[in-house]
Design a protein around this ligand. Structure first.
Ligand code: ZN
Length: 153
């Protein structure tokens, strides 16, 4: 019985990723965009538990209280998780390998996701490595203003 439970189940089918979506509340997004226009990362800090959210919602997910305080977090942070993209959705090798990272910026308690640059061998990328934000030369107040993260050597 136990053996049966431990078996990996394989489902072969198409997985339509664009069907998946996520939401952040408008106030959190507006504050985040306002920061991007000045090459700053703005979030909100809960006065009760001290959690810093980026993007910053107007209420704390832990304490369920309103959050008023706007804070700027660091432009550097640490990789918490990452994905190495070696192949496309059909399994065909990509012409260029890309890495997507989840980064906890200094002073933040939540994660931002973007591409990672500045690596030479993807096998050497590890959680815990330090990175910094690389901005687009001209920022427009769009999510794409944060062009990517770069490894700090
Ligand atoms: Zn809180």
């Amino acid at each position: 019985m136990a053996e049966e439970r431990e078996q990996t189940k394989v489902f072969k089918s198409n997985w339509d990723l664009p069907l998946y979506s996520w939401r952040i509340e408008a106030d959190a997004l507006n504050l985040f965009i306002k920061g991007l226009k000045e090459k700053k990362i703005l979030g909100r800090k809960c006065s009760k538990c001290g959690t810093v959210y980026v993007p910053g919602p107007t209420y704390c997910r832990k304490c369920m209280v309103d959050i008023e305080e706007v804070v700027e977090v660091g432009q550097e942070g640490v990789i918490g998780a990452f994905t190495v993209n070696l192949a496309d959705i059909r399994g065909n090798p990509l012409p260029e390998i890309s890495i997507v990272v989840c980064v906890k910026l200094d002073g933040a308690d939540s994660w931002l996701m973007s591409r990672l640059e500045g690596w030479t061998d993807w096998k050497e990328v590890k959680s815990g490595m330090r990175v910094r934000i690389v901005w687009k030369d001209e920022v427009k107040g769009a999510l794409a203003d944060l062009d990517h993260f770069e490894l700090i050597k």
